[in-house]
Design a protein around this ligand. Structure first.
Ligand SMILES: *[C@@H]1O[C@H](CO)[C@@H](O)[C@H](O)[C@H]1NC(C)=O
Ligand SMILES: *[C@@H]1O[C@H](CO)[C@@H](O)[C@H](O)[C@H]1NC(C)=O
Ligand SMILES: *[C@@H]1O[C@H](CO)[C@@H](O)[C@H](O)[C@H]1NC(C)=O
Length: 378
């Protein structure tokens, strides 16, 4: 809680700011006041966001505007246990001063810069959530409304449903055809709805579990809502929608408009990285699925937190379908115990070789169907 003194000085500042709001001097004054706003003595909660290391006056005015403490107009709130909101951004944001400056430079109430790539890099480095901006995102001038359901589920959307500046491809036919190119891309053939997407999870065997066999492990109708982490072009969610199950798909836009594509199909994209706390309450989801994403590229400690977060959001009896986790053979002795330590029950478990880049690399896959116990034993 703020001390009486700091609250008073804060409200004095805010009142003055209020007077300035309609004036174009605002921007000028914001930078001079910023030192008051971020003086650690006025923020008594032990926040790790230290502005000491950065001169607040060098931070973009819009960043200071979006993050500055804001008094609740109706005063102290029991729910908040405070009279102030500190609007959040990822605490590493200020580590990337140059990117942050570019990202937060725009005219208020105007168009946002066409800077998706910059924004995503900033987010992936840890500035997540990204600061809100007071500008309107770029949109194609020829935007057309999506196909209606159920046609949209398996249709390639109009090229104008996305803005292509950030990607090497400039239309969907290029993305569909890129599976023939040599260049590496995440989810290279995911945009081709006539290709592999058509048959995913249809038949099981080895590391591939089919949706039918996963569903057979639960009482019919008890898998209703869930999450697909790093769900490519949204095909898992589409398959689930065909069964009247609601799946939210997290995705980044790695060299392609994954979020737009998922949304155009008529399922929900969620733009959060694997670093972000899952935006769901404890013990709520029936199923969490993730294919080819949770793997050895993720720092082990981050993965440990992430696995606990998945455990947290799953309801008791909920399923975690870890679909093709990959690592090299030597790392199995790290990852198997890690996966086994979270508290899930093993329903299905398969370990096999990953051969797509050649057997000499010794790459392995783990596929697992894990259940959060109905009764917690610890
Ligand atoms: C904000 O932008 C909108 C749309 O361009 C415009 O109609 C409005 O007048 C602007 N408001 C201010 C306060 O400039
Ligand atoms: C899509 O882009 C490719 C190259 O990026 C281009 O050759 C092709 O003409 C474009 N197709 C359409 C339909 O715009
Ligand atoms: C999904 O729900 C609709 C409407 O309630 C129903 O007609 C349809 O049979 C359901 N489909 C499945 C696969 O359960």
């Amino acid at each position: 809680m703020d001390t009486t003194h700091s609250t008073r000085s804060l409200s004095a500042n805010l009142f003055f700011l209020f007077l300035l709001l309609s004036s174009n001097l605002l921007t000028f004054f914001l930078s001079s006041f910023s030192s008051c706003y971020f003086n650690p003595s006025t923020t008594t909660t032990s926040t790790t966001l230290s502005f000491d290391d950065y001169s607040a006056s060098h931070l973009p005015p819009e960043f200071l505007a979006v993050t500055s403490p804001q008094l609740l107009p109706l005063g102290y709130s029991v729910n908040f246990d405070s009279d102030t909101i500190h609007p959040p951004v990822g605490h590493p944001c200020t580590l990337f001063a140059n990117d942050l400056n570019r990202y937060m430079s725009y005219s208020v109430n105007g168009s946002c810069p066409d800077d998706e790539l910059l924004a995503q890099k900033l987010l992936l480095k840890g500035c997540e959530p990204l600061p809100r901006r007071r500008c309107r995102p770029v949109v194609s001038p020829d935007y057309v409304e999506p196909f209606p359901l159920p046609l949209s589920l398996w249709s390639t959307p109009s090229d104008t449903s996305a803005v292509w500046t950030a990607y090497s491809c400039k239309n969907y036919s290029c993305l569909v055809n890129r599976k023939r190119n040599k260049a590496f891309d995440d989810c290279k053939d995911c945009f081709d709805l006539e290709g592999r997407e058509k048959t995913r999870w249809k038949s099981g065997g080895g590391l591939d579990f089919s949706i039918d066999e996963v569903f057979a492990t639960k009482r019919p109708g008890t898998l209703r809502i869930g999450l697909d982490i790093g769900g490519g072009s949204g095909t898992f969610a589409v398959r689930m929608k065909e069964r009247n199950i609601t799946i939210v798909t997290t995705s980044m836009n790695f060299n392609g408009p994954f979020n737009n594509f998922i949304a155009s199909r008529g399922v929900i994209p969620l733009y959060v990285s694997i670093s972000q706390r899952l935006p769901f309450f404890d013990n709520t989801l029936d199923i969490v699925h993730s294919m080819h994403v949770l793997s050895n590229w993720i720092p082990t400690k981050l993965l440990h937190f992430l696995l606990f977060d998945i455990y947290r959001v799953l309801r008791p009896g909920g399923l975690f379908w870890l679909d093709h986790f990959f690592c090299v053979e030597m790392q199995l002795e790290v990852y198997v115990p890690l996966l086994e330590s979270i508290g899930f029950e093993k329903v299905k478990w398969a370990v096999g070789r990953k051969l797509d880049r050649g057997p000499e690399l010794g790459e392995m896959y783990i596929s697992a169907l894990l259940q959060k116990p109905l009764k917690q034993s610890f």
